[in-house]
Design a protein around this ligand. Structure first.
Ligand code: NAD
Ligand code: ZN
Length: 378
């Protein structure tokens, strides 16, 4: 490769500060260091967690950064010590690592590797770990990945090698939203055949949770969203009912309680709102109901009356759908290639990286499920 070992100058959408549009800039991407892989990003989705960083969390120390964490690409070059990857491999960068050696990786109970960048914080990589500079300033890598850039550098423990037959402009969605929602139902909630489920929030994450509930054999899947336009889409993924909380004067948990003769077996919160998290818990049946937090927020405390849990409900959370990342993502890619996992149906818009601010605006207004941005030609 002509570029191996050299700094690459390329285009990236830089978030210079919170609450401002991203700016297309030329950035420098350093060559990969030991155990690192430099990836040419071909396509990326835009996920609500990118918007959360830009507009909601607004921690000043998280900027400037290159956002994007739902991408797919091709290995450009590898650093010393990398044996698992070679130039030309199709890959998905992962926002949580799987080192296969730490006590968390060795336990079948969790996907939270302690060796990766995310062991300390969940938003941006440290300045030392980022390989990006722009206008003489170090730029941070959001969620360790930064897929709103033509090139990025990621440690090999946070890269999944995928089937060369996989279309990158589709399977990029498995880098976050779809694996997250699907896995939250299948791996974290462990939805059972014949059960009744409720999914709150029908973005890509919630719709993927609906798909996961269906795959697990749920007989009734109640999709809940305040945007009535989501009803039709939810059916495509297997929802049997749609409820808009705004159509009811009673609390949504009461509505679901009456619809299901006492509450659902499983509920998944895919909004990122602590009030909805509470509603989702309270919508579960006593005795065995399980409620899973998937939506992302670290701004407020979440509350519930203790009796909800004392009465036998379980409240849990799910990061990246509970998938051990390097193992899970290639399996999900296979599921797509075998036509067991839908991806195309999530994509409502296709744009280029230069149009990223338009894609962000669409998501803010609830007008898209997923926009896929083409980043570099293959
Ligand atoms: P999105 O913005 O596309 O979808 C959110 C949906 O929630 C929208 O359809 C919206 O209308 C709906 N909604 C808003 N308020 C509601 C309410 N009060 N009741 C019911 N529905 C409501 O977002 P997305 O990309 O699908 O992401 C969903 C959430 O998942 C975000 O919080 C995101 O940060 C989080 N997330 C978590 C993980 C994880 O690993 N846990 C990974 C990816 C994304
Ligand atoms: Zn995401």
């Amino acid at each position: 490769m002509a570029t191996a070992g050299k700094v690459i100058k390329c285009k990236a959408a830089v978030a210079w500060e919170p609450n401002k549009p991203l700016v297309m800039e030329e950035i420098e991407v350093a060559p990969p260091k030991a155990n690192e892989v430099r990836i040419k990003i071909v396509a990326t989705g835009v996920c609500h967690t990118d918007l959360y960083h830009l507009f909601e969390s607004m921690h000043k120390d998280g900027f400037p950064a290159v956002l994007g964490h739902e991408g797919a690409g091709i290995v450009e070059s590898v650093g010393p010590g990398v044996t698992e990857f070679k130039t030309g491999d199709k890959v998905i960068p992962l926002f949580i690592s799987q080192c296969r050696e730490c006590r968390f990786c060795k336990s079948p109970k969790t996907n939270q590797c302690e060796k990766g960048w995310a062991a300390d914080r969940y938003d941006v990589m440290s300045v030392e770990d980022s390989r990006f500079t722009c206008k003489g300033k170090k730029v941070l890598q959001f969620m360790g990945t930064s897929t709103f850039s033509e090139y990025t550098v990621v440690n090999q423990m946070a890269v999944a090698k995928i089937d060369p037959a996989a279309p990158l402009d589709k399977v990029c969605l498995l880098g976050c939203g779809i694996s997250t929602g699907y896995g939250a139902a299948v791996n974290t909630a462990k939805v059972e055949p014949g059960s009744t489920c409720a999914v709150f929030g029908l973005g890509a994450v919630g719709l993927a949770a609906v798909m996961g509930c269906k795959a697990a054999g749920a007989k009734r899947i109640i999709a809940v969203d305040i945007n009535p336009e989501k009803a039709e889409k939810a059916k495509v993924f297997g929802a049997t009912d749609f409820v808009n909380p705004k159509d009811h004067s009673k609390p949504i948990s009461q509505v679901l309680f009456e619809m299901t003769d006492g509450g659902v077996d499983f509920s998944l919160e895919c909004v990122g709102n602590v009030g909805v998290m509470r509603n989702a818990l309270e919508s579960c049946v006593k005795g065995w109901g399980v409620s899973v937090l998937v939506g992302w927020t670290d701004l407020y405390d979440v509350a519930a009356r203790p009796i909800q849990l004392i009465a036998g409900r379980t409240w849990k959370g799910s990061l990246f759908g509970g998938f051990k990342s390097k193992d899970g993502v290639p399996q999900m890619v296979k599921g797509y290639l075998d036509k067991k996992v839908k991806l195309d149906e999530f994509i409502t818009h296709n744009m280029t990286l230069a149009q990223v601010n338009d894609a962000i605006e669409l998501m803010k207004q609830g007008k898209c499920i997923r926009t896929v941005l083409s980043v570099s030609p293959q």
